[in-house]
Design a protein around this ligand. Structure first.
Ligand code: ADP
Ligand code: F6P
Length: 475
């Protein structure tokens, strides 16, 4: 399918917004929301666009025909076992992910992973080429698909190609470690606009073009032959209005009350919500909490912590090690400070629906978000917009993209344990008027800087005419 009957707006991402799950009976299958911030952000964008198509991995190896779900046209791409190991778990999540997150874990490089990364990127590019209408907008997402822009340009020079990186882009010195760095760079430069979460990411990229390719960037762009490539930052956000609406709903209000009662009606509820990922600083925050309990500066049952840790990339070694050490620490905290029926920390290694998360946000007196490095962190933004009561306190790592937006949070350096402890205590002990003032300013910011604002900013830079996607025209 190409030419006139194709799709005018195509999103290409490693995952579809839903995952195919085989039920316990082993026969029936269902579609479940996929994990991560990319899906949270892009789903409302695609739903609002007319004739929008999302190309992504279905979560397994079966070949499934395109189908429509919640106003989105979905094109599943299968990955076989070898590709899952080498493209997804290997090159994407054991090489690129740690390297781009400032090597907070040692990146692993294996030569055999590369062929698979190339092959899967080619499959996504070919599918995008066959789905896109003449002159369509194709928006490629994230580190798993960095070769797609150039591959697609070769197949379909008529389409406008955008690329957005959801994670940080590292400094030149780190990027230079990457085997196949030139191929990655040329792959990205196939786009018309390359978007980053932060100005620093865009600067790192422009420096790299100078260093590796001897290019001469001017302002926010570089020339590739006679084609201009724009390199800019577009901080991603949440669908603020819908998050606010859900949090204020009767169902969530009722559930929030129940949760507080189920937790024993403590004075302070501290909440963490993350994918179980070593970039999120979960171990650091648990240690800070344990030390505060052992120093008697916090006490059970007056204070209780809830840590939600969504299962993630469970076969990758770094993630297995992390799970063991988080679970060991949780056991230690509960063993040392819990009481019968009153744990010091509730650890939930599960996925939840949006309403349950919203209810958790509503009861959290303190939300603690302490990544060692994070492109954005939408959880922090969801928390702020989920407080119709105007109260709450956010402890936020300065190494998240969100720290540039949420300036009034209690910001901490997560590597400095004493600072994390002080930040937690500050948030717990802050006068109500101070908490409310901070939350008010952050909520206001998120109303003006929601995901619609992000999408419009990017698509405008891509030169998409106002009418080309309903989303861009503010439908
Ligand atoms: P990342 O993309 O690295 O996972 P973000 O904080 O940007 O981090 O986005 C995480 C998204 O996943 C948020 O929208 C959050 O609501 C959602 N999420 C986090 N934990 C869970 C969970 N246990 N169940 C369901 N959704 C979750
Ligand atoms: O940008 C963060 C991100 O890697 C997304 O690309 C992805 O959708 C999400 O986190 C979850 O990760 P995964 O798809 O590997 O489960």
């Amino acid at each position: 399918m190409s030419g006139s009957e194709g799709s005018a707006f195509v999103v290409v991402a490693n995952r579809l917004p839903v995952d195919r799950i085989v039920a316990e009976d082993g026969r029936t299958t269902e579609w479940r929301r996929s994990p991560g911030g990319l899906v949270t952000a892009l789903q409302p964008v695609l739903q609002a666009a007319e004739k929008g198509t999302w190309i992504g991995w279905s979560g397994d190896s079966s070949h499934i025909d395109p189908f429509t779900l919640d106003d989105m046209r979905l094109h599943p791409i299968p990955l076989d076992d070898e590709e899952l190991r080498n493209y997804y778990e290997g090159f994407s999540n054991a090489s690129l992910w740690p390297l781009y997150h400032d090597a907070v874990e040692q990146p692993i490089f294996r030569r055999r992973w590369w062929t698979s990364y190339e092959r899967v990127n080619a499959r996504f590019a070919e599918r995008a080429a066959s789905v896109a209408a003449r002159g369509a907008v194709v928006w490629v997402q994230d580190y798993q698909l960095q070769l797609v822009p150039a591959m697609l340009r070769r197949l379909r020079p008529d389409v406008r190609i955008g690329f957005f990186l959801h994670i940080p882009f590292p400094p030149v010195e780190l990027f230079m470690q990457l085997p196949r760095r030139l191929e990655i760079l040329h792959g990205l430069l196939g786009a018309d606009v390359i978007g980053f979460q932060q100005p620093l990411g865009a600067q790192n990229f422009l420096r790299l073009t100078r260093h590796l390719l001897d290019m001469k960037p001017k302002g926010h762009s570089v020339m590739v032959d006679d084609r201009e490539v724009k390199v800019e930052s577009f901080p991603i956000s949440i669908d603020t209005a819908s998050v606010e609406e859900l949090a204020a709903s009767e169902k969530v209000t009722r559930r929030a009350k129940e949760i507080r009662a189920e937790l024993g009606d403590p004075r302070n509820i501290i909440l963490g919500v993350d994918r179980l990922d070593y970039t999120k600083g979960i171990e650091h925050r648990l240690k800070a909490y344990r030390e505060l309990l052992s120093e008697g500066r916090l006490a059970v049952p007056e204070t209780v912590m809830v840590q939600v840790a969504t299962p993630s990339r469970e076969r990758v070694e770094h993630y297995r090690t992390l799970r063991s050490s988080v679970e060991r620490e949780v056991g230690r905290i509960n063993g040392d400070f819990g009481q019968v029926g009153l744990p010091a920390i509730h650890y939930l290694h599960q996925s939840y629906d949006r309403a349950e998360l919203a209810a958790l946000y509503r009861v959290a007196d303190v939300m603690v978000v302490t990544p060692l490095r994070d492109g954005m962190n939408l959880v922090a933004k969801e928390y702020v917009s989920s407080r119709p009561d105007g109260d709450g306190a956010l402890v936020l790592s300065e190494f998240t993209g969100a720290a540039s937006d949420l300036k009034q949070a209690y910001q901490v350096n997560p590597h400095d344990l004493d600072e994390v402890k002080a930040g937690l205590l500050r948030a717990i002990q802050a006068p109500e008027s101070d908490r409310r003032k901070r939350m008010r300013a952050m909520r206001r910011h998120l109303r003006g800087h929601d995901v619609k604002h992000w999408a419009r900013g990017f698509l405008t830079a891509l030169g998409v005419p106002e009418t080309a996607t309903a989303y861009n025209s503010g439908k």
